[in-house]
Design a protein around this ligand. Structure first.
Ligand SMILES: C[S@@+](CC[C@H](N)C(=O)[O-])C[C@H]1O[C@@H](n2cnc3c(N)ncnc32)[C@H](O)[C@@H]1O
Length: 285
């Protein structure tokens, strides 16, 4: 029984980082005319109503997208991401937070395809409604890890895979590594973006060690923390591992991350931000 529902977290600081990276990678990949395949193993429902009871329960969006919404000093990559969220809110006020399928549908072209997996039946139904009439999209109510391995390599031979599990079950950390290795064996030139939470630093270190030990080359890591690590007392940060990143990504994130740490980070008694960021190469080319 799946209990994780993304609506409670939509638009939080972790979504900001994830969707910023997703948007930058898609912008880069769509600069070439050649068709592209986007695979989202854990797609969610596509879009989230921020005035819903669930989203308002903890108002996580207030300390994520909410802090960027009115800013006039956004660095270019962050400004591009906020513009996309604005496009999902044509009325001008922040009512809707777009999910990864929305960003992908918005940025991809007619020649591209989207393959989306969502296992929770309610979110699957919402996702189906969200994508209704979009002939580029195929949705499966299936385990995204398994489905991904069955779908690779895509006939287009160009693709982006987003792996964004809830880590509700601790085996997800291992499954992510196993799936990445299996997927990379089938489709070594694909771009892979893997989201992870920082709840217990040791789990992140282990994930990192396993990715390094896999021998997969060309891996970068972008991490944003809003407060220092604390053993198991909630999510203090989150990161994205990107395999085969566009050559432009590291410089864009080097501009975006210090800004995000400053604006989204919690503050100490003197008003200084207590978060931080990492922008580094985990494996060279
Ligand atoms: C973090 S949310 C996804 C958010 C989405 N990628 C976005 O950025 O908007 C994770 C989703 O994975 C779904 N899920 C959990 N286990 C799954 C599995 N094995 N396969 C596919 N979906 C799964 C959950 O129901 C949830 O909607």
């Amino acid at each position: 029984m799946l209990s994780y529902r993304h609506i409670y977290h939509a638009g939080n600081f972790a979504d900001v980082l994830k969707h910023l990276v997703l948007a930058r990678v898609l912008r880069h990949l769509t600069a070439k005319d050649k068709p592209l395949c986007y695979l989202d193993t854990h797609a969610g429902s596509g879009s989230y109503a921020l005035q819903s009871v669930a989203a308002l329960q903890n108002r996580e969006f207030d300390s994520g997208i909410g802090r960027l919404w009115e800013r006039t000093d956004l660095p270019a990559p962050v400004a591009g991401y906020v513009e996309l969220v604005r496009a999902a809110n044509p009325g001008g006020a922040l009512h809707q937070y777009p999910g990864s399928p929305w960003f992908a549908r918005h940025l991809l072209r007619q020649q591209d395809r989207l393959l989306l997996c969502e296992l929770h039946s309610d979110d699957f139904m919402r996702l189906r409604r969200h994508c209704e009439g979009d002939r580029r999209v195929r949705i499966s109510e299936a385990d995204g890890f398994r489905e991904l391995l069955a779908l690779l390599p895509p006939p287009e031979r160009r693709g982006l895979v987003l792996i964004d599990p809830p880590y509700e079950i601790k085996t997800d950390y291992q499954t992510v590594v196993d799936t990445l290795i299996g997927a990379h064996r089938r489709f070594a030139t694909g771009v892979y973006a893997i989201w992870y939470p920082v709840v217990e630093r040791e789990r992140v270190r282990l994930l990192e060690r396993k990715v390094k030990a896999s021998g997969i080359r060309h891996v970068q890591r972008f991490e944003l923390s809003v407060r220092p690590d604390s053993m198991g007392h909630g999510m203090t940060g989150s990161g994205m591992l990107v395999v085969n990143p566009p050559w432009t990504l590291a410089a864009e994130m080097a501009t975006a991350l210090p800004y995000l740490a400053e604006v989204l980070g919690d503050r100490d008694g003197s008003g200084r931000p207590i978060g931080g960021y990492r922008c580094e190469i985990l494996a060279g080319e």
